[in-house]
Design a protein. Structure first.
Length: 164
């Protein structure tokens, strides 16, 4: 059985993440979407919100589960008995960071393979950071986050940005 981990911060979940999840679940038997829970960082969306959003989104997929992790990704992947890590690459600018992370993870856990998937071109310039910035300033984020999460994401970002 091929089990993969798709790790990320997901602050918030974007159409790019959703695109990668849908591609990855077709390739593997079991996909664990793993949300980084780093108590030292202050994300806009709480860990509970990010997990709830991802669970709601992936609920129709029996082979996808959502979990949280802290510490090293490779430790979590080993605990889970996963053979690979999935990462999305959007543009060339992602490459340097992703390359370094994949090689560090390989050094730490040579048995784990990192697989890179490309989202649809229209999501290649989309990031959680941009969604947060636009949403907090009251801009339209329709089409940038999954439809079923749109209303809650908009409200939450407006609250965080004190936009009135
Ligand atoms: O969505 P992001 O912020 O690009 O995801 C980054 C993430 C969570 C995959 C990365 O920060 C991570 O794996 N953090 C856990 C700590 C770790 O394992 N570090 C060593 C790899 S460089």
């Amino acid at each position: 059985m091929l089990k993969a981990i798709y790790p990320g911060t997901f602050d918030p979940v974007t159409m790019g993440h959703w695109d990668i999840i849908q591609r990855a679940e077709k390739l593997v038997d079991h996909l664990v979407v793993a949300v980084l829970h780093n108590p030292a960082k202050q994300p806009t969306f709480s860990i509970a919100e990010r997990v709830d959003f991802l669970r709601e989104l992936t609920q129709p997929y029996a082979n996808v589960e959502v979990a949280t992790f802290n510490g090293l990704l490779v430790d979590f992947a080993r605990q889970q008995g996963a053979q690979c890590i999935i990462r999305g690459v959007r543009a060339y600018s992602d490459f340097e960071y992703e390359f370094q992370m994949a090689l560090m993870n390989r050094k730490l856990a040579p048995e784990l393979e990192t697989l890179f998937l490309m989202p649809k071109e229209e999501f290649s310039v989309l990031s959680s950071r941009m969604v947060r910035e636009v949403g907090m300033m009251g801009g339209n984020i329709t089409g940038l986050v999954p439809e079923i999460l749109l209303e809650r994401t908009v409200l939450r970002l407006k609250e965080s940005g004190n936009f009135s």
